[in-house]
Design a protein. Structure first.
Lengths: 112, 114
């Protein structure tokens, strides 16, 4: 079965520390991979995407993610977080189609 | 460029009542999506339109949910009658064509069913 798993529901991290939000997927077909951010009472905003090419993808706000096909992972990283990064982050995957399947989300809390 | 507009932003109703949500996509976007986001979960696609035709409504509970996009622009999602488990944020998204990498999301409508 095709699925998206975000392993951590909540991640607290101190300001200026690095962070990694994990995402794994299960699929037998080719995939496109995305990370979205959702600030309180707002819609989803695309952070970055992997469609093809280089497996290291850079996005907005200093975030990056690496596609690892052998481990079926697409973890999101930022070397130094800010208070303004406090939000919920969703990993999303297309499984051979153009429709998005979302993970359950990870709430990132940046502690001053 | 104006984004995806949704109204109302918040709605509280009693169970068994009806409710409607409105979405105005980005100008020129042919594809429109409605998602349901229950607290603690990721968004789930309910229905997808291409212009004014339905592309996929396989996850829409058709006994109580309906959606239309009569002129291929604005769309309305209706729930009748509402159940407690319908409490969620309803997100509308649009894209120029049916491409996953270019979906733009509205702010959502938060529905509370009491």
């Amino acid at each position: 079965a095709q699925s998206v798993t975000q392993l951590d529901s909540q991640v607290p991290v101190f300001e200026e520390a690095p962070v990694e939000l994990r995402c794994n997927y299960s699929s037998s077909v080719s995939v496109y991979l995305f990370w979205y951010v959702q600030y309180p009472n707002q819609g989803l905003q695309l952070l970055l995407k992997y469609l093809s090419g280089s497996t290291l993808v850079k996005g907005i706000n200093g975030f990056e993610a690496e596609f690892n096909k052998s481990q079926t992972s697409f973890h999101l990283r930022k070397p130094s977080v800010h208070i303004s990064d406090t939000a919920e982050y969703f990993c999303a995957v297309t499984f051979g189609s153009y429709q998005l399947t979302f993970g359950k989300g990870t709430k990132l809390s940046v502690i001053p | 460029e104006a984004g995806v507009a949704q109204s109302p932003r918040y709605k509280i109703i009693e169970k068994r009542q009806s409710v409607a949500f409105w979405c105005n996509p980005i100008s020129g976007h042919a594809t429109l999506y409605w998602y349901q986001q229950i607290l603690g979960q990721g968004p789930k696609l309910l229905i997808q339109f291409q212009n004014n035709g339905v592309v996929d409504d396989s996850q829409l509970p058709k006994d109580r949910f309906s959606a239309e996009r009569l002129k291929g622009v604005d769309s309305t999602l209706k729930i009748q009658p509402a159940k407690l488990e319908d409490s969620a944020v309803y997100l509308c998204a649009s894209s120029f064509y049916k491409r996953a990498d270019e979906q733009f999301f509205g702010p959502g409508t938060r529905l509370t069913v009491l």
